[in-house]
Design a protein around this ligand. Structure first.
Ligand SMILES: NC(=O)c1ccc[n+]([C@@H]2O[C@H](COP(=O)([O-])OP(=O)(O)OC[C@H]3O[C@@H](n4cnc5c(N)ncnc54)[C@H](OP(=O)(O)O)[C@@H]3O)[C@@H](O)[C@H]2O)c1
Length: 303
């Protein structure tokens, strides 16, 4: 478990649901629950919250899990920032829940006026106070930020009544974000690392630049060497590297064996020296890099 900035506890490990279709996600959520997963990272823009909600409800009705054992994360998308309550209520309806455990602002950006992402002008303070209000009403238990750079986090601290419970940012051995993470930790803000494994599959997602497309952590000689040393798979080595730094992670998984293998990361511990060696793989390589996508013109404000 990890302690959030608001003092609440959150599982350190869970399942991500990006890129999982409505048709496949339900079965995977059921599989995850059977394997002991309790944390699920969702978002309305992933287009699958309804199927996730149905699977969660089914598992609860069959006595596989209780609501209070689950930790469900959802997010406020950019175009909904002027009406967080309606957006959250829609997510709750789809997820078949009366509250989510953590609600994140997907991108805490200033104004964006671009094609499909056309939004009204909403200040960060306004967005955050809507979330604080939702928390006071019990519709969300904790509130946090995502892709939030240091400068924006500092600004939030100037007006917030409740500090962000965590910051969820891209992080993996090719993109260690050491300086930023050190800063957030000093401020008592835990880190959830998205795209934690960053295999080449991510580069094919269409948001990575050409130079990143040949990077593949799973084939990295050091990761392979450590896999042999600890008798673990490459992914287990990478996930343990995250655990050793107190990150919260929720890898995306389709393959059945990945659900079983991931849980085994708690059965061993990389040495401090090996963690340091992995840190040196950093290439500041952001896989979810939409710098060429004009709909994401707020990139300078992205952590
Ligand atoms: N901006 C955002 O909002 C944002 C962006 C990115 C990610 N996220 C969140 O973070 C989650 C994870 O990110 P991601 O899916 O992009 O990247 P990821 O978790 O780093 O990588 C997913 C890939 O890792 C493979 N994998 C998982 N467990 C494995 C294991 N034990 N051994 C070998 N391979 C394994 C999966 O293979 P299989 O599918 O074959 O099992 C899949 O190809 C997302 O689902 C989402 O919840 C949020």
């Amino acid at each position: 478990m990890r302690t959030l900035a608001d003092g609440r506890e959150m599982p350190a490990f869970g399942m991500g649901t990006l890129n999982l279709s409505e048709n496949e996600v339900g079965e995977l959520v059921r599989l995850a629950i059977q394997h002991g997963y309790r944390l699920f990272d969702t978002s309305p823009v992933y287009g699958n919250e309804r199927a996730i909600g149905n699977a969660l409800m089914e598992c609860m009705q069959h006595g596989l899990v209780k609501r209070e054992e689950l930790f469900i994360v959802s997010k406020l998308w950019i175009t909904d920032r002027n009406n967080a309550e309606d957006a959250l209520k829609q997510s709750l309806k789809n997820l078949r829940l009366d509250h989510v455990d953590l609600y994140l602002v997907h991108y805490m950006t200033p104004d964006i006026v671009k094609d499909s992402l056309m939004v009204e002008r909403v200040s960060m303070q306004e967005v955050w106070s809507q979330l604080e209000h939702l928390r006071e009403r019990g519709l969300v238990r904790s509130i946090g930020v995502m892709n939030c750079p240091v400068i924006m986090y500092l600004e939030i601290l100037t007006f917030c009544h409740k500090k962000p419970a965590l910051n969820c940012i891209e992080c993996h051995p090719y993109f260690t974000q050491e300086e930023a993470i050190c800063f957030f930790k000093k401020f008592g803000c835990p880190i959830a690392a998205y795209a934690p494994i960053a295999p080449s599959e991510n580069a094919k997602f269409g948001c990575a630049s050409e130079k990143l497309k040949n990077l593949d952590l799973m084939k990295e000689p050091l990761i392979r060497e450590l896999g042999q040393k600890y008798q673990k798979t490459e992914a287990q080595i990478i996930l343990n590297w995250h655990m050793r730094q107190d990150h919260i992670v929720f890898p995306g998984m389709r393959a059945k064996e990945h659900f079983e293998k991931a849980i085994e990361i708690f059965e061993f511990e990389l040495s401090k020296e090996d963690v340091e060696r992995i840190n040196k793989l950093n290439k500041d390589a952001r896989f979810y890099d939409r710098i060429q996508d004009e709909n994401y013109s707020f990139i300078p404000y992205w952590a």
